[in-house]
Design a protein around this ligand. Structure first.
Ligand SMILES: Cc1cc2nc3c(=O)[nH]c(=O)nc-3n(C[C@H](O)[C@H](O)[C@H](O)COP(=O)(O)O)c2cc1C
Length: 159
């Protein structure tokens, strides 16, 4: 079984998750596709399962994640599918996830990952630091990735 993991990350949280999935997904070869640097494959032929993930900034997942979902939507409906996001605002998570991924893909997916997130202050630019302080009243790093959720997602994809 061949797997594609297509992801986008700003400061590294979603990337960390994608790399962990790369190591933990079983039953065959896995390819990582960084949507911020690499172009879309011509098609998804040859992949039995696809995992798509990104992170939320200002309420939105990266546009390349949305474009990937829309571009390959018909194909994705015929594959095993996992969708995940990194985020920090627990009270907005449901709404952000629904906004990030189209309904048909969410309903079709074998695993949905709400993985929490991190605030990596050192990697933020001046504006991001300012906004995080304003929006979340935080100016210290936070490491809040949800290991239990990640493991549960991996188990579902490997089942
Ligand atoms: C400038 C900025 C804006 C953010 N906006 C949101 C937001 O609207 N909602 C949310 O749930 N998390 C928000 N976050 C938290 C990120 O989703 C979280 O830091 C995540 O781990 C980032 O993952 P990445 O490093 O893979 O991009 C924001 C973070 C930053 C730095």
């Amino acid at each position: 079984m061949k797997t594609l993991i297509a992801y986008c990350s700003r400061h590294g949280s979603a990337e960390k998750i994608a790399h962990l999935l790369y190591l933990e997904i079983e039953h065959g070869p896995v390819r990582l596709l960084d949507l911020s640097h690499e172009s879309f494959p011509e098609n998804l032929q040859g992949y039995d399962q696809v995992i798509i993930g990104g992170s939320i900034h200002y309420g939105q997942i990266q546009s390349s994640v949305k474009k990937f979902c829309n571009h390959f939507s018909p194909d994705l409906m015929n594959k095993r599918l996992g969708l995940f996001m990194c985020y920090m605002m627990e009270d907005k998570a449901q709404e952000e996830f629904e906004n990030a991924f189209p309904e048909d893909l969410r309903n079709h997916a074998d695993a949905l990952g709400y993985f929490g997130g991190e605030l990596l202050i050192d990697k933020m630019n001046f504006l991001e630091k300012f906004i995080v302080k304003k929006l979340m009243q935080e100016n210290e790093p936070i490491f809040n990735l949800d290991e239990v959720e990640v493991n549960s997602f991996i188990n579902k994809m490997n089942h």
